[in-house]
Every structure is written in structure tokens, then in C-alpha cells.
Design a binder for this molecule. Structure first.
Ligand code: NAD
Length: 345
């Protein structure tokens, strides 16, 4: 593949870049390097002959045209986004700009490029979230037929971008596919998200703030399993198709935080007693209660399943943060110090 990856300096994007470059594919990482980017995540491939980087915004039409014409991709994997629900509550503007207007600008650039090079010569994989479906009660799972019902400015902006991609596939014949994936975790995740935030707070002896009563359920997927699914969709997905992706690992937020505590205690010794530092704090406004995914379609059609169980993946993740302080310390002492985000007033 010649893969133009947007957002390749972010958490999932970097896992995908590492995977594709190591497999010998040609990769252009197109990224604006916002606060959420971590170029250090890509140090293993920075000098590879089949990797290049363009520092640019997906809202920049001219830069996109230049990227398409100079790199000549056969697939776009679109991950660039504002991705943190709490930040969308206090400042939705950047989410509208990047997730909606940016996706529109990218779709138009892809369509124009496709028209220049010939019908069906470009695939487009739009990476979205299960949050577009809103909240579940105690029963049921999301699948590709679930109606959209987003709750947060983040999920509403992602829902809008999904609608644009579907319309560009139907109206302009763009060879586009959409993935709706559950919560990811793993190495190199920016420490504003639940799992890395709790790991670092646990390591530093700080309080572990759990929203509400900790009963909200998420279906957790290890990031490399998500990257594998995206590669399969790019290679063999059916044009116009949507794929739901999940980890078969539903856990309450409290269960997740307790599991992190136990792993950190095991590494640091029993005196670390992380569980005693769990605190219940004011809930997130509009907090969805439960997400769960039925991933039977991608299993049946593309043969994808999660390979790593949650306990294994979480242990690997905690151990990665323990071993890679040089990656997270500059973030933690610089652009995000662990403060509470996302209280609406
Ligand atoms: P992230 O916040 O870690 O990274 C986003 C990347 O996009 C950063 O490198 C940032 O610099 C770049 N970016 C942001 N705005 C840009 C712009 N205007 N132009 C170019 N680059 C820009 O995000 P992530 O967690 O890796 O998520 C990647 C994608 O996967 C997003 O589209 C997100 O909605 C989706 N997703 C995430 C999860 C999850 O659990 N993290 C789950 C399902 C889907």
C-alpha cells in the first residue's frame, strides 16, 4: 500500500504507522501536531526509507493537494481528529473545525485526486467511534444498523463526519469505508485519557479521580488490535461498508482503575496501596452509561478478532508506562499536568 495516514502522530495513528512501516508499506504521515501529538512515538521509524512526514492541517486545502500529488497514495486512513470528550465540553469549536470541516476538506481533496487519477483508484478509510451511537442500558450491543444518537460535542462531530463520508461514497462513488471502534488503550496514549491518567497518577502517588460512581461501562480494545483491523479494512473492506470494532472486554470504569492499582502495586510493592487513593468526583456532563460492540461483521467478512485479552493488555500497558518515563514526563510536566477537564460550568 501507499498509505496517507492523517493523525499519525497521535495514539492510534502512531500504532498504525509503526505497523504499516514495519510491514514494508509506503507511509505518509500527515499531522498538524496539536497538543495531542507525540512525535516521539514514531522514533523507531522516523528514518525509515518508506516513511515520510508532512506537518500540515487537514483543513488546509492546498497542503492536502500537495500531499496527494506528491505522495500518490492508493489509500487514505483518516484518523486526525480532536478526540477528547472532556475538551469538547469546554471548547467544541476545534472539534467542529477539525472533525467536521477538516473531514469535508479531506474528502474533497481525495475526490479531486481520485478524479485526476481515475475511478476507484483510491480507497478511503474513515476511523470513527462507537460513541456516535449514544448510550446503552444494561443490555444490548451496538452494531452497524444502530441509529446514531451522539451525546457529546465530540461524538456529535464524529457522527457528522461519518455522515459526510457515507454521502461522499454514495454521491461521488468514493471508495470509502467507515469503522466505529470502542475505547482503545495501550502504549503511547496521551495521559488525559482514563487509563494513562490513572496509571501516571498511581505511579506518582496522586489521587485517582473516578467520575460519578464509577459504574459507566466501556468495551476496551488494545490499540494494536485496532491497527490490525484498520489494515484489513484498507486491504479488503467492501466499498461503502461500515465495520463495528470492539474488544469483547466490557469493564466498569471502577474495575479498570482497580485493575491498574493492582498492577502498579505489584510493580511497586504493597506499601504503594493505590486503591486507597481512589476518589469519586463530579460526573462528566452527558456521560454515556454503557458502550458495547457486536463485531460479528468484521469477523465474518474480514476474519478480524481481538487477539489480546484485557488483563494481558492492561499489564502490558502499565509496564510500558513504567519503562517509558522519558516519553510521558515532558507531557506531564508541560502541556497537560493531569488537571480536571470538561465541567461545563
Ligand atoms: P489522538 O488525539 O491521540 O491523536 C489525534 C492526532 O490527530 C494527533 O496527532 C493530532 O496532532 C492530529 N490532528 C488533530 N487535528 C488535526 C488537524 N486539524 N489536522 C491534522 N492533524 C490533526 O487521537 P486517537 O485517540 O489516536 O484517535 C484517532 C482517531 O480514532 C480519531 O479520529 C478518534 O475519533 C478515533 N477513535 C479513537 C478511539 C480511542 O479510544 N482513542 C476509539 C475509537 C475511535
Amino acid at each position: 500500500m501507499r498509505a496517507l495516514i492523517t493523525g499519525g502522530a497521535g495514539f492510534i495513528g502512531s500504532a498504525l504507522v509503526l505497523r504499516l512501516v514495519k510491514a514494508g508499506h509506503e507511509v505518509l504521515n500527515y499531522d498538524a501536531l496539536t497538543y495531542a501529538a507525540a512525535p516521539a512515538s514514531l522514533s523507531a521509524v522516523a528514518d525509515a526509507a518508506n516513511y515520510r512526514f508532512q506537518h500540515a492541517d487537514i483543513c488546509d486545502e492546498a497542503a492536502l493537494k500537495q500531499a496527494f500529488d506528491s505522495f500518490r497514495p492508493d489509500v487514505v486512513l483518516h484518523l486526525a481528529a480532536e478526540s477528547h470528550v472532556d475538551r469538547s465540553i469546554t471548547g467544541a469549536g476545534a472539534f467542529i473545525d477539525t472533525n467536521i470541516a477538516g473531514t469535508f476538506t479531506l474528502l474533497e481533496a481525495a475526490r479531486a485526486y481520485r478524479d485526476r487519477i481515475g475511478e476507484r483508484a483510491l480507497r478511503f478509510v474513515h476511523v470513527s467511534t462507537d460513541e456516535v451511537f449514544g448510550s446503552l442500558g444494561a443490555e444490548g450491543r451496538f452494531d452497524e444498523t444502530t441509529a446514531y444518537d451522539p451525546s457529546s460535542p465530540y461524538s456529535a462531530s464524529k457522527a457528522a463526519s461519518d455522515h459526510l463520508v457515507r454521502a461522499w461514497a454514495r454521491t461521488y462513488g468514493l471508495d470509502a469505508m467507515i469503522s466505529n471502534c470502542s475505547n482503545n488503550y495501550g502504549p503511547r496514549q496521551f495521559p488525559e485519557k482514563l487509563i494513562p491518567l490513572m496509571i501516571l497518577n498511581a505511579l506518582e502517588g496522586r489521587a485517582l479521580p473516578v467520575y460519578g460512581d464509577g459504574s459507566n461501562v466501556r468495551d476496551w480494545l488494545y490499540v494494536d488490535d485496532h491497527a490490525a483491523a484498520l489494515q484489513l479494512i484498507a486491504e479488503r473492506g467492501e466499498p461503502g461498508r461500515t465495520y463495528c470494532i470492539g474488544g469483547e472486554a466490557e469493564r466498569t470504569n471502577l474495575q479498570v482503575v482497580e485493575a491498574i492499582c493492582d498492577r502498579v502495586d505489584a510493580a511497586r510493592g504493597p506499601r504503594s496501596d493505590c486503591r486507597s487513593r481512589i476518589e469519586f468526583v463530579t460526573d462528566r456532563p452527558g456521560h454515556d452509561q454503557r458502550y458495547a460492540i457486536n463485531a460479528e461483521r468484521i469477523d465474518a467478512e474480514l476474519g478480524w478478532r481481538p487477539t489480546l485479552g484485557f488483563e494481558q493488555g492492561l499489564a502490558r500497558t502499565v509496564d510500558w508506562y513504567l519503562a517509558n518515563e522519558a516519553w510521558w514526563r515532558p507531557i506531564r510536566e508541560g502541556r497537560y499536568r493531569g488537571e480536571r477537564l470538561g465541567l461545563s460550568s
